[in-house]
Design a protein around this ligand. Structure first.
Ligand SMILES: [Ca+2]
Ligand SMILES: [Ca+2]
Length: 263
């Protein structure tokens, strides 16, 4: 999960114009352009990488109003921009005091109508982070805020992990402190917690990316994470009616990548 380092130039139009001009002189390539996040990740029910053709989403409007710096700089995102072929499904969410404290937005279809909703990490200046789902009508569902300023969560994946037909979303609650994977199911338009797995993490303070992710090997999608001390790679699977965690081997960034791509 990648994250471009943002810069402050979007708040200085003169500087920005200068840099865009330089970019043009350098061959027209967008060497500038870190005033927006990379495009949204797509969580396809098939486990593939391509779905929701015609819809894209990214964060825009960097802001320094929430100087937590957990993702490597003191800038977070002020707005979410969703663009779809159908103008009715295009929208912008501009936060006022809160920020999107996140790497990229995530597209997933929670209600099965074929139109993706957007999963974000949104942080409040006093209450810290929560995970939220947006649709064109606005915020559709959210977990509670953690409750304390400068406390964060890192999404681990979106899939029907338990195979009950409803989409689930998982995140590591305070990956530097509490290190607990929490799994929520989208039911009746709300997020209901269905499981917790302790002693895991997917991020260290200052890293610009979230570690791990999903793999599709057996009957159900699995989550790849590190143990809390980042000494081993672990996989969380739904087996025999329960979420279970299993150690795969010693931790390294390469071992995480290998675990994601091999069964
Ligand atoms: Ca939908
Ligand atoms: Ca489910």
């Amino acid at each position: 999960m990648s994250r471009c380092r943002k810069n402050r130039f979007d708040t200085d139009l003169n500087l920005r114009s200068t840099f865009i001009g330089l970019a043009v002189l350098l061959g027209g390539l967008p060497v500038f352009g870190q005033d927006q996040s990379p495009p949204a990740e797509r969580y396809c029910q098939s486990g593939g990488a391509e779905c929701f053709a015609g819809t894209s989403a990214r964060y825009i409007n960097p802001t320094s109003r929430y100087p937590h710096g957990v993702l490597g700089d003191d800038l977070e995102w002020g707005s979410l921009l969703v663009q779809a072929d159908d103008p009715q499904n295009s929208y912008k969410i501009a936060l006022q005091s809160e920020v999107f404290e996140d790497t990229v937005p995530r597209l997933a279809d929670f209600d099965g109508d074929g139109i993706p909703e957007v999963v974000v990490v949104q942080s409040h200046p006093q209450k810290g982070a929560k995970l939220a789902i947006y649709g064109s009508e606005g915020k559709r569902a959210a977990t509670p805020y953690i409750g304390t300023r400068f406390r964060w969560l890192a999404p681990a994946g979106i899939a029907d992990f338990d195979g009950d037909g409803t989409l689930d979303v998982a995140y590591v609650d305070r990956p530097h402190l509490v290190k607990t994977l929490r799994i929520f199911s989208y039911r009746a338009g709300d997020l209901q917690e269905i499981a917790r797995i302790s002693d895991v993490t997917n991020h260290s303070i200052g890293e610009t990316e979230i570690d791990g992710g999903l793999r599709f090997c057996g009957a159900r999608p699995e989550m790849i994470l590190a143990d809390a001390g980042r000494t081993s790679v672990v996989v969380v699977s739904f087996v025999d009616g329960n979420f279970q965690r299993k150690t795969l081997g010693p931790y390294s960034p390469e071992a995480i990548k290998t675990a994601l791509t091999r069964c």
